[in-house]
Design a protein around this ligand. Structure first.
Ligand SMILES: *Cc1c(COP(=O)(O)O)cnc(C)c1O
Length: 393
């Protein structure tokens, strides 16, 4: 199938995407009556993927006014949006609250904006709770003060102060808590403890809520890793202990849903030898496409040579198309020699790749989708100089 694509390109596998959404939803429904999955737009904001997520029953989880507008343009009603983060605009914030979105307060200015809602209406908002991982689950913490910039803290007086302000508004009620925090371990233990902390806060302030939004940070479907059922169980146990397991549970998976449905395909454009030992293989892809933080040293890759009659080469360094000396993707040792025209397929590259790609040297690549019937469709053309020049005033 890969011969049909023009490189460089991403390929979005819709069946694989749906498989992830359904697996997470089914696991949560084993434990909770009401569940919602928010597709984390920042993780992959390809409009076609946002529309697919909506077709799979997801809400859009957005963290800026730009993402909010993008979700609206992709067909999401305000009531299908979860609005988080500090970068809300007043206009989209008020539209979202009035339109019945899940809106989790992150900043003090949002508390002020609530005062501009029509006095005669009835509105509900959630609030993000600040979490210091060292204090709630030291085994999952990065050092002994793994604090957070996000949410209102109950270790200072700010969480209580925000509650009091909401209570003072007759037309606004508090309907949920948001506790997104990502621990490196991604362990169910961490979620169990952060949900227990939320349950303790619910009890301390005698809150009557509609939902608990446990955020993102999960493993996808991977061998020998926690499953969606393990996470669902971790959310359920502490809530059941406190008698509040009737809350709607909201998850906001980014990586867990978007990594595996995307592949990246590049082609060898040149090979050169610089000494006895080393052969450089230049491709039309770049680390900027699939490793925007330049942290990875290898990939879930498949080599697709055009024939199988190749000598073994001791050392080949597969490199990108940019002029950065360090745009080197991986090394092959004692492997069949790569030649121009051969292709390289990188798996599991949908999370935090396309949204972090700079407009550096070679602009954004094409994106194809393969739908559930196996049909291939170009869903984003490659960007070009004409796209860049149109911002000129
Ligand atoms: C980034 C983010 C997510 C998604 O995180 P993953 O680690 O990709 O699952 C979910 N919710 C919020 C508020 C986020 O900022």
């Amino acid at each position: 199938m890969y011969e049909e694509f023009v490189t460089p390109c991403f390929v979005f596998d819709e069946a694989e995407f749906r498989r992830g959404v359904e697996a997470f939803g089914n696991a949560l429904r084993q434990r909770f009556q009401r569940v919602a999955i928010g597709y984390s737009v920042k993780t992959n904001s390809l409009p076609y993927a946002l529309k697919s997520a909506r077709a799979c029953g997801c809400r859009a989880e957005v963290v800026s006014h730009d993402e909010y507008q993008l979700a609206r343009l992709c067909g999401y009603e305000p009531s299908e949006i979860i609005y988080n983060g500090p970068m809300k605009s007043k206009q989209t914030f008020l539209e979202a609250v009035e339109g019945g979105a899940i809106v989790n307060l992150e900043t003090k200015r949002e508390l002020q904006w609530l005062r501009e809602l029509p006095a005669e209406g009835k509105y509900a908002v959630g609030i993000r709770l600040n979490i210091n991982i060292s204090h709630i689950s030291p085994e999952d913490a990065d050092g002994d003060d793994d604090n957070s910039r996000f949410g209102f803290s109950d270790e200072s007086d700010e969480f209580e102060c925000a509650l009091r302000q909401i209570e003072s508004m007759p037309n606004v009620s508090l309907s949920g808590l948001h506790i997104h925090r990502t621990a490196h371990s991604r362990s169910p233990r961490f979620y169990e403890r952060s949900v227990a902390y939320a349950a303790q806060i619910i009890r301390k302030y005698k809150l009557t809520l509609d939902y608990l939004d446990v955020g993102g940070g999960y493993f996808g479907i991977f061998p020998n890793k926690p499953t969606f059922a393990d996470y669902a169980e971790a959310f359920y146990r502490p809530l059941a202990e406190q008698g509040v397991a009737n809350l709607m549970i909201i998850v906001e998976p980014g990586n867990a849903l978007t990594a595996s449905p995307f592949k990246f395909l590049s082609e060898v454009i040149d090979v050169k030898r610089v000494d006895e030992r080393t052969r450089f293989v230049t491709t039309d892809g770049s680390r900027n496409d699939i490793d925007p933080f330049f942290h990875k040293s290898d990939y879930l890759k498949e080599l697709l040579p055009t024939d199988d009659d190749r000598e073994i080469e001791h050392c080949q360094i597969v490199s990108g198309c940019t002029c950065l000396e360090y745009d080197r993707l991986f090394a092959l040792t004692d492997a069949p020699r790569l030649e121009p025209g051969d292709r390289i397929l990188y798996n599991n590259v949908g999370a935090y790749t396309m949204t972090l790609s700079p407009q550096f040297i070679r602009l954004w690549p094409r994106v194809y989708a393969v739908n559930e019937q196996g049909e291939i469709k170009l869903v984003r053309r490659e960007s070009s100089a004409t796209d860049i020049i149109q911002y000129e005033q």
